[in-house]
Design a protein around this ligand. Structure first.
Ligand code: SF4
Length: 146
């Protein structure tokens, strides 16, 4: 399979804090299964620096903890992620849970109070709307077994 994967889950230091979200079990499963990987970081592709202030979705907008509206950068990064997935023919995506870009199904509520609510990040939402199956670092097993 060819799979779009959040770059931070692969150990790339593109997280807002300057670190990563390396998931060794996922990397191992991708290698063992011989899957082709297309790394993507929608926030960086949207033009945001690393490190950067954390941001959360507030309905249709994305706003940093400092109050800066970064919706356009998130939209641009989402569009690039979709283009990459289409150009490379990805069969699915494994995206970082709860992120305002990559989260699918649950995201933080926009108050920076660590409360999760139903919803998806900008990139995950666009990918899903275009028919790309999405899972995260906690539930990817079924996708890799397809
Ligand atoms: Fe990871 Fe996605 Fe955030 Fe980039 S945008 S750091 S890939 S969760």
């Amino acid at each position: 399979m060819k799979i779009l994967v959040s770059a931070c889950l692969l150990g790339i230091a593109c997280k807002y804090s300057g670190g990563d979200n390396l998931c060794p079990a996922l990397v191992d499963a991708l290698q063992r299964g011989g899957h082709e990987i297309v790394p993507v970081c929608p926030e960086v592709y949207g033009g945001l620096p690393t490190p950067r202030p954390p941001a959360e979705r507030c309905e249709s907008r994305v706003v940093t903890c400092e109050g800066t509206d970064v919706t356009e950068q998130y939209r641009k990064g989402a569009g690039i992620a979709l283009t990459l997935a289409r150009l490379t023919g990805c069969d699915g995506a494994i995206l970082k849970a709860n992120s305002p870009s990559c989260g699918h199904g649950t995201i933080y509520d926009g108050t920076f109070g660590h409360r999760l609510v139903p919803g998806s990040g900008m990139a995950a939402e666009l990918l899903a709307r275009n028919g790309i199956p999405i899972c995260n670092e906690n539930n990817y097993t079924a996708l890799l077994e397809e």
